[in-house]
Design a protein. Structure first.
Length: 163
């Protein structure tokens, strides 16, 4: 997990990130992949391995994104096209989340030292609430690394949930 994504969670922006940063494949197992495959197969009503424009109409998100998903513009979305589209969208979402998180961190970091003092942390309720626990080296301010480590530790203790 990148330090910025961890900070994003720590800054209480989990609503922006939930679903944006899936666990590594080894952590999440095959279930999400199987669910995506099964979902694709349900939409592929004629079983030809592709979703037509007509089949896409049964799912508002698929219908809305159909043109963008249909990479070769043949009027059919294959499972590979759907997967590639989802991967691209996920990457875009992650970048947006990182940018938003960095802006929030920078706004909270009033003296621009790359750290949050106890007073600066008040701009982020989650950081303020857990400030002492995040300040691993007990030197006063918290760094992005300390916040990232705190979030990582608490996510793993809670089975991958928010820390």
């Amino acid at each position: 997990m990148s330090k910025y994504l961890a900070m994003l969670l720590a800054l209480g922006l989990s609503s922006v990130v939930i679903g944006a940063e899936p666990p590594a494949k080894a952590e999440r197992g095959a279930k999400p992949c199987m669910e995506a495959k099964q979902h694709f197969q349900r939409l592929d009503q004629d079983g030809n391995g592709a979703i037509s424009r007509e089949e896409a109409k049964t799912n508002p998100r698929m219908e809305k994104g159909f043109e963008a998903m249909d990479a070769n513009q043949d009027g059919q979305v294959t499972e590979a096209e759907s997967r590639d589209y989802a991967k691209t969208r996920m990457e875009q979402y992650r970048e947006k989340a990182k940018t938003e998180m960095k802006a929030r961190w920078d706004k909270a970091d009033a003296n621009n030292d790359g750290m949050l003092s106890r007073d600066e942390a008040k701009a982020s309720p989650h950081v303020a609430k857990h400030f002492d626990a995040m300040d691993a080296d007990k030197n006063g301010p918290v760094s992005t690394q300390e916040v990232a480590e705190y979030v990582k530790t608490h996510r793993s203790r809670e089975g991958g949930g928010r820390g």
